[in-house]
Write a protein that binds this ligand. Structure first.
Ligand SMILES: [Zn+2]
Length: 235
C-alpha cells in the first residue's frame, strides 16, 4: 500500500541512519561518515560507509546502497510496510491507516494480479496440452526451445470457447473482475455473454519488476494452426 511521501521523508529525517545501522553492525567514525565491515557481503576490511547527512549507506565492495528504509528491509529481511512500521515505532510516529477506499482498491489490485496469474497458468497448460501439440511443435519449428518456452511462460489461447472464463469463475473470480482484466469482452449482441479477447494466439505474459503478470501479448498464428484466414493467400 502506498504511503504519503511526506510521512516516509519524516521517518528518514527523524531516525538517524547510523543509529539503525549501529544497532546491527559495529560502526567506526571516519570524519563525517561511519565505516563498517559490510553486512551484505563477507569482508575483513571495512568498505561499507554510512552518511547521516545524505541519509545513505554505500558499500564500495558489493555496491549495496540505500536509505534507512532500504537498510532495514535488506538487513532484517522485511517488507516495505514492516520496515516502515518498525522505523515509525523508533520515531514515535503512527503509520497512517489506509482508508476503507484505499484498502478496497489495494485488495482489488491484488486480486487482479492473482487473476492474471491464474490466466497465465491456464494459457501455459493449454500450450502443453496434448490437443494443442501442433501449436507447440510449430513454436519449436520456429526455433524456440521448450526451455525458452517454459521460462518465458508462453501459452496458447484457443478459439472461441469460454473454458478460461469457467476456470476463473470456478476459482472464485467475478465476471466484473474477468472483464476488468481485459481477457474477455461482453458481446454487443447478447447482454451478459462474454467472448475471449485472445483467440487462436500464442500468449506471452508481461511481468512487472516483482514478477507479477500485469498484461498479455498475443501473437496471431497462421491459418493452418488455428489463426484467422490469411486474406492475402491466393485462392
Ligand atoms: Zn558490501
Amino acid at each position: 500500500m502506498s504511503l504519503p511521501k511526506a510521512f516516509v521523508d519524516e521517518i528518514r529525517a527523524r531516525v538517524p541512519l547510523s543509529d539503525v545501522v549501529g544497532k546491527r553492525v559495529k560502526l567506526t567514525r571516519a570524519g563525517r561518515e561511519y565505516k563498517a565491515c559490510c553486512p551484505f557481503h563477507g569482508e575483513k576490511t571495512p568498505s561499507f560507509t554510512v552518511n547521516d547527512q545524505k541519509g545513505f549507506y554505500h558499500c564500495f565492495g558489493c555496491g549495496a546502497h540505500g536509505d534507512v528504509v532500504g537498510f532495514v528491509m535488506n538487513h532484517d529481511n522485511m517488507s516495505f510496510m514492516d520496515a516502515i512500521e518498525h522505523l515509525a515505532g523508533l520515531a514515535g510516529m503512527q503509520v497512517p491507516k489506509p482508508t476503507v477506499a484505499e484498502q478496497k482498491k489495494f485488495q482489488r489490485q491484488m486480486s487482479l494480479y492473482d487473476l492474471m496469474e491464474h490466466a497465465a497458468k491456464w494459457y501455459e497448460a493449454q500450450l502443453h496440452a496434448p490437443q494443442n501439440k501442433k501449436i507447440l511443435e510449430y513454436l519449436v519449428a520456429r526455433g524456440l526451445s521448450v526451455e525458452t518456452i517454459k521460462s518465458f511462460r508462453l501459452g496458447f489461447a484457443p478459439g472461441e470457447d469460454v473454458l478460461l472464463k469457467q476456470s476463473l469463475q470456478k476459482a472464485g473470480y467475478s465476471v466484473e473482475a474477468i472483464l476488468e482484466a481485459g481477457l474477455f469482452r461482453e458481446s454487443q449482441r447478447t447482454k451478459g455473454e462474454l467472448y475471449p479477447f485472445f483467440r487462436g494466439r500464442v500468449m506471452f505474459p508481461v511481468q512487472d519488476l516483482q514478477g507479477r503478470v500485469v498484461a498479455f501479448g498475443g501473437r496471431v498464428l497462421p491459418e493452418s494452426h488455428g489463426g484467422p484466414p490469411d486474406k492475402s493467400a491466393p485462392k
